[in-house]
Design a protein around this ligand. Structure first.
Ligand code: EPZ
Length: 423
């Protein structure tokens, strides 16, 4: 397993090109199952999860071709026919987002067999709302041997209200409703930019979806959908991670190919903590340390609130801020695993349930640390940049799932980081 060796203490300075959003590309790839025609996706990030989703599509009998373009990959997918309707355990356990094929498979082919994703490091991650919604659209669902088996002789539009806001739940049901007969209303829907981007793609494919980006979606089902050509939105979490790296190390970065409108809560909170961030162009953000960092409390929330996917990175920043910051995680029940590793580097963090108190500034010292999930690993890499001495981050396959060669992007702006490939 690869690891990163990081020698801290050097400010990051220079230009970073932000990649396409993994969490927009994954539902877009699943949406290609809704038509027999070619779907072209651009600005697809070169990350592990995209490879896993391609393997899943391949298992289903769906061809996809990948070509490198200057920024990101171009992916062409043609779901002309389905060889088998199963998303196997081996793939789903690697990537929960595999559940996104459930809605499209039932809608287009009338059947799907998707392994239950099971929990993961950050929480139980149930998919009960995905299932309840599909049943409301007329699918019959059977759960056995760890698989969700769904069948439908044609879905029918319906009204469905989510008990809790679910990003992939909203995406799954939006895709299923796009081929259902009649109108569907989804209430208490997720408002994330990735949900909006999926709606834009589906509408390009001939769907008629209104309200994307709000908590109520109206979907008029179509008999058929056709191919489309679509560029994936920038990754707001990768961008947020680099927005932390600059003030954390006393550096100065220009982020290119970002969408500032997707980062308002993150920019506002980091500015409150003392970062100096400004729009340097239509898709550019400039960030530097605006003076000493100050502790600022944060509560994670569904979009447009402060993203849970930025919580771990923010915790690392708060270890260098003057005062005590209270970090409240409202989305997942176990998303403080990084706190234990940061404490081993000298951080002063008290965790109590969904609340963590970070007291700073403390001098972090390099150590051997272990990544547990995608964003926790990002917080440990950031900590290594700020720590005195060398930090070894193990199990970087977690970070490779959602960041495109982060060590190369960081090294290009002066960080002393290298990948050590274990044979
Ligand atoms: C998406 O996960 C993202 N993944 C996650 O990013 C992100 O952390 C999360 O949304 C929250 O923003 C993708 O988009 C591929 P949820 P998702 O359904 O859709 C509960 C990353 O780092 N819930 O919005 O799985 C659930 O337990 C990943 O890239 C139910 O109870 O998250 C959680 O408490 C990590 N029943 C809350 O809702 C359901 O059927 C939000 O989960 C579904 C969800």
């Amino acid at each position: 397993m690869d690891r990163f060796a990081i020698v801290g203490g050097k400010p990051v300075e220079g230009v970073v090109n932000i990649s396409g959003a993994k969490n927009a590309a994954l539902p877009a790839m699943a949406a290609s199952l809704l038509t027999a025609e070619r779907v072209v996706l651009r600005n697809v990030p070169r990350v592990r999860d995209i490879g896993t989703m391609r393997s899943l599509l391949d298992d289903l009998g769906v061809d996809s071709a990948l070509t490198h373009e200057e920024h990101g990959n171009r992916l062409e997918i043609e779901a002309r026919r389905l060889v088998n309707p199963t998303a196997p355990y081996e793939l789903v356990k690697q990537m929960r987002a595999s559940v996104l094929v459930l809605g499209p498979l039932v809608a287009r082919f009338g059947e799907a067999r998707v392994s239950m994703p099971g929990g993961c490091a950050i929480g139980a991650r149930p998919i009960n709302l995905h299932i309840k919604g599909l049943e409301k659209l007329g699918a019959s669902i059977n759960m056995e041997h760890g698989y969700v088996e769904a069948r439908a002789g044609g879905l029918k539009g319906a009204q469905f209200t989510f008990d809790t806001i679910s990003v992939t739940g909203t995406e799954n049901l939006m895709m299923a409703a796009a081929l259902a007969e009649g109108d569907t209303i989804l209430e208490n829907a997720a408002r994330e930019p990735e949900v909006e981007d999926l709606a834009r793609l589906l509408n390009k494919m001939g769907a008629s979806i209104e309200g994307a980006g709000t908590d109520t979606l109206r979907i008029r089902g179509a008999a058929k959908l056709h191919g489309a050509d679509h560029a994936i939105i920038p990754d707001r979490i990768e961008a947020g991670t680099f927005l932390v790296a600059a003030p954390l190390t006393g550096g100065h970065l220009i982020l290119k190919r970002v969408e500032p409108a997707h980062l308002t809560a993150t920019v506002s909170k980091l500015s409150e903590a003392g970062a100096a961030i400004r729009e340097a162009g239509p898709n550019e953000l400039e960030v530097e340390a605006g003076g000493p960092l100050r502790a600022a409390d944060v509560v994670t929330a569904e979009y447009p609130g402060f993203p849970t996917d930025m919580q771990a990175q923010y915790m690392t920043l708060m270890t260098q801020a003057e005062g005590a910051a209270v970090i409240t995680e409202t989305i997942f029940e176990n998303r403080f695993l990084h706190a234990l590793e940061l404490a081993r580097m000298g951080a002063d963090i008290t965790v109590n349930g969904r609340r963590a108190v970070v007291r700073g500034p403390v001098r972090l010292s390099g150590a051997n640390v272990q990544a547990s999930d995608l964003r926790a690993s990002a917080s440990l890499v950031l900590a290594g940049l700020a720590a005195e001495g060398e930090t070894i981050v193990d199990r970087v396959y977690h970070i490779d799932r959602g960041y495109e060669r982060i060590e190369e992007k960081l090294a290009r702006v002066g960080a002393r980081i290298r990948r050590v490939s274990e044979s």
